[in-house]
Design a protein around this ligand. Structure first.
Ligand code: URA
Length: 434
């Protein structure tokens, strides 16, 4: 087989056979297909899509590019949550320890930043020493000791997604239902789970902004997961404004610590309780989502969830002193107040630009393998729907010696609007179960 034939077939709108799909995934992982050839095929898939059979085979080939985790020695149920990504979406970092504090294991393989969205791995790695490149034995050990393993795609675990994810990020090939669905579901199938909660974001800061399109993505992912025997439930949640106040890696860790200490922004806590409640139901540990959410709230408010997070940080090589001495986390040398240009009600006309603004400060990548600055970012002093007066500080910009500051200010000015009261989308739009 020749990858150029596959590129031509898909480019012309044809179907790839199962053998061709397996060939592409296997050879790309083996290093026998070049990144530029893979980029051409992924572009063709982005434009032409995959039918149900192609998507099923594509996803299954990604899963079997590595190992599937099994945990015969762990009696607890294993559940996870994965988001399609957003601006300030830090939910997983507070959620996983809260669920583990209720007796359920969370083997979580996450991603790095993708496009304008930040990644859970990058956020966690802003904790000095924290490592996410766990091999299957280290994942098992972490789950056994703490109930949580924050892992990444490695040469053993979904290596196909490791390559395709990075490739899509560097080539802007992100907003595609089959590429997103196969990326997310392959990771989750490799985790050997009993249940999965999918958070499908909608609004201008989401990877798929249109709620109808997002609904289709949710259905596709649920069908894909269930076809492999994995019970999955999806929620559509708002990304028409940043989630919480912090956007930026270490700044978001601080907000997660606040959440785990029982405080932090209301929207973050609401999603942690909701998804946690659903995860406990999937694990058979709660009779209803509401009852499960109450359990999660108790685990947070009694300090048990923060205790689990401290164990997780130590287990994964991080410095647990950061939890109490937050100035041990990376801090940008300068903070610039960004002020309201007029008076009115704050809203976000293009939340995507908030994510791009953090990228401009050095918090994002434009090439495969590039490093990021974990310290830079934004903390919103005002939130969507609040009245602001000209000259009020809307956000603090945490920057490194002015790097990207001008571009960030321009992007922020384009991201927001100040005027009459906006119609805010509900934080939780829908629960999708089929
Ligand atoms: N999260 C993933 O893991 N993959 C995507 O494509 C989008 C969000």
């Amino acid at each position: 087989m020749d990858v150029r034939t596959l590129i031509r077939t898909k480019r012309e709108g044809g179907e790839l056979s199962d053998e061709e799909i397996r060939f592409f995934i296997d050879e790309y992982v083996r290093g026998d297909i070049e990144h530029y050839q893979a980029a051409a095929l992924v572009t063709a898939v982005f434009i032409r899509g995959l039918n149900d059979r192609e998507l099923m085979t594509w996803t299954a080939s990604m899963v079997r590019s590595g190992r599937v985790l099994t945990f015969p020695s762990l009696p607890q149920k294993k559940v996870d949550k994965h988001s399609t990504g957003g601006v300030g979406d830090k939910v997983s970092i507070a959620l996983a320890p809260a669920v583990a504090a209720c007796g359920v294991c969370v083997p979580m393989i996450s991603g790095r930043g993708l496009g304008h969205t930040g990644g859970t791995l990058d956020k966690l790695e802003s904790i000095p020493g924290f490592r996410t490149d766990l091999d299957p034995d280290a994942i098992l050990r972490a789950l056994d000791r703490t109930g949580v393993a924050f892992g990444q795609q490695t040469k053993d675990l979904v290596p196909a997604d490791r390559l395709l994810y990075e490739l899509r990020d560097a080539t802007g090939l992100i907003e595609s239902v089959p590429l997103i669905a196969s990326s997310i579901v392959s990771k989750k199938l490799a985790e050997g789970l009993d249940g999965l909660v999918l958070d499908v974001k909608f609004g201008s800061g989401a990877v798929v902004p249109d709620p109808e399109h997002g609904r289709e993505l949710a259905h596709v992912m649920i069908r894909l997961a269930r076809s492999q025997g994995l019970r999955a439930v999806a929620y559509q949640t708002a990304m028409d404004r940043p989630l919480g106040r912090a956007v930026g890696h270490a700044l978001e860790i601080v907000e997660c610590l606040d959440c785990l200490a029982g405080g932090g922004p209301d929207d973050l806590r609401e999603l942690v309780l909701l998804f946690g409640g659903e995860m406990l139901v999937l694990a058979g540990e709660a009779p209803s989502v509401e009852a499960g959410s109450r359990e999660i709230a108790r685990a947070i408010d009694e300090g048990r969830a923060l205790g689990v997070f401290e164990l997780v940080v130590a287990e994964q090589g991080g410095d647990p002193r950061c939890l109490r001495e937050r100035d041990r986390l990376p801090r940008a040398p300068s903070v610039e107040p960004w002020k309201a240009p007029s008076t009115g009600i704050l809203s976000f006309r293009d939340n995507r630009k908030v994510g791009l603004a953090v990228g401009a400060l050095g918090g994002g990548r434009s090439k495969m393998g590039q490093g990021i600055d974990p310290a830079v970012g934004l903390v919103w002093r005002a939130r969507a729907g609040e009245a602001v007066t000209r000259g009020d500080v809307l956000a603090e910009i945490h920057h490194r010696d002015g790097f990207g500051l001008g571009a960030t200010e321009t992007l922020l000015a384009e991201a927001i609007s100040i005027g009459p009261a906006p119609k805010l989308a509900p934080l939780v739009l829908a629960r999708i179960d089929a």
